[in-house]
Design a binder for this molecule. Structure first.
Ligand code: TTP
Ligand code: MG
Length: 369
């Protein structure tokens, strides 16, 4: 299964501000030279219906949406990352093996979960959609196929909020009519070369003589194109766990030094972190509290546990200690609170751990957030 979140950055902005729904929304990378220099990062489907696309210069997008009451926003990568982390943690719980391949895209091997039934896989995808929609109000498109290659092309077939299932017996009929550029690795240059050979569709490529493909593109690429066009791909979904820490940060309603108010917020963050740890089946040995004070200075305090833990209570006990220590050291009101767990491991833990020693984190710094 390949799950790809719809118009991701722009959809995050709609979630943050539901009044944007129905209007064209464009998220841009503003270069800052003039008020409209930069490019479109992504746009919602309303904006796309006026011809706005990723990578287009912003002035052009502005022109296309001139009389449309359109919303233009700068990218807020931290916010999208947080939404992505939560959704990926949810996706992960639906998979036997999970492989995230971008901020808004992941492969899920669900073979065992659905006992090789494509109908059951489609049901699983619908449940996953419902789950993500009710928790995060986010839609995504899913492709289901016998391998990663077919799943990816299937996911692109129907957007937004699509679900496309391609069973093994349907692979060739599904791929044949599609333009050849839908295959991964067929860019502008390759496309022109293929057109000269009379190859327009994936079906044309599938029945093209392999030796001639090898002559034109070299051995590796020629063989890859032949196999890909025939829907063949044996790459496994592989768990790449590059996560080194899990963190959540949140802005308080108003700047404060009130411990219960901060702890209330921290409790919510700890619950989220705990959920993600459970989903990833990971334990932590280090807990940090990150605080941004009124003057926008960011500071953090960390402590290391004697043994790995995974429970929310261990996170809370530690953060309480860290928070009190921090408030002794600083006289300023706090604007944002955050927590981070790190030194992650996979081994099973049975009992709770208690704090063994506290240390001033080396990343205590005066940075502007
Ligand atoms: P995509 O999944 O390619 O695009 P999308 O999620 O916006 O739209 P779709 O509904 O077609 O899936 O990329 C994910 C995010 O990556 C996208 O929201 C913004 C960012 N991005 C860029 O910043 N520049 C780009 O050129 C592209 C393609 C994406
Ligand atoms: Mg996407």
């Amino acid at each position: 299964m390949l799950a790809d979140i719809d118009y991701f950055f722009a959809q995050c902005e709609e979630v943050r501000n539901p009044a944007f729904k129905g209007k064209p929304v464009v998220v841009g990378v503003y270069s800052g030279r003039t008020s409209s220099s930069g490019v479109v990062s992504t746009a919602n489907y309303v904006a796309r219906s006026f011809g706005v696309k990723s990578g287009m210069p912003l002035y052009l997008a502005l022109k296309k949406l001139e009389h449309q009451d359109a919303i233009f926003l700068p990218v807020d990568y931290d916010f999208y990352q947080q939404v992505s982390d939560r959704i990926m943690a949810l996706f992960r719980t639906y998979a036997d093996v999970f492989e995230q391949v971008g901020i808004d895209e992941a492969y899920l091997d669900v073979t065992k979960k659905v006992q090789e039934s494509f109908e059951a896989a489609a049901d699983l995808a619908l449940r996953m959609k419902h789950d993500v929609d009710s928790r995060e109000h986010i839609t995504f498109s899913v492709g289901i196929g016998p391998n990663k290659l077919v799943a990816k092309i299937a996911a692109d077939q129907q957007k937004p909020n699509g679900l496309t299932v391609v069973k093994p017996s349907e692979v060739q009929a599904f791929l044949n009519p599609l333009p050849v550029e839908r295959l991964l690795g067929v860019g502008q240059k390759t496309l022109r070369k293929m057109q000269l050979l009379g190859i327009k569709t994936i079906g044309d490529l599938a029945s093209f003589d392999v030796q001639k493909l090898v002559d034109a593109f070299g051995k590796a690429l020629g063989v890859y194109f032949h196999n890909a066009a025939n829907g063949l791909d044996d790459a496994p979904v592989s768990q790449v766990d590059s996560v080194e820490s899990i963190s959540r940060i949140s802005t308080l309603k108003e700047d404060t030094r009130d411990v219960p108010i901060m702890l209330e917020r921290i409790t919510k963050l700890a619950e989220e972190v705990q959920k993600e740890l459970s989903a990833r089946r990971m334990n932590f040995r280090q807990v940090s509290v990150m605080l941004v004070t009124t003057d926008l200075t960011a500071k953090s305090r960390s402590l290391t546990l004697e043994r790995p833990a995974r429970d929310a209570e261990s996170i809370l006990t530690s953060t309480r200690v860290l928070l009190e220590k921090f408030l002794q050291d600083s006289a300023l009101p706090v604007r944002r609170v955050g927590i981070k767990v790190s030194r992650l491991t996979r081994e099973e833990v049975s009992q709770k751990s208690l704090t063994s020693f506290m240390q001033e984190s080396p990343d205590t710094r005066n940075s502007k957030l």
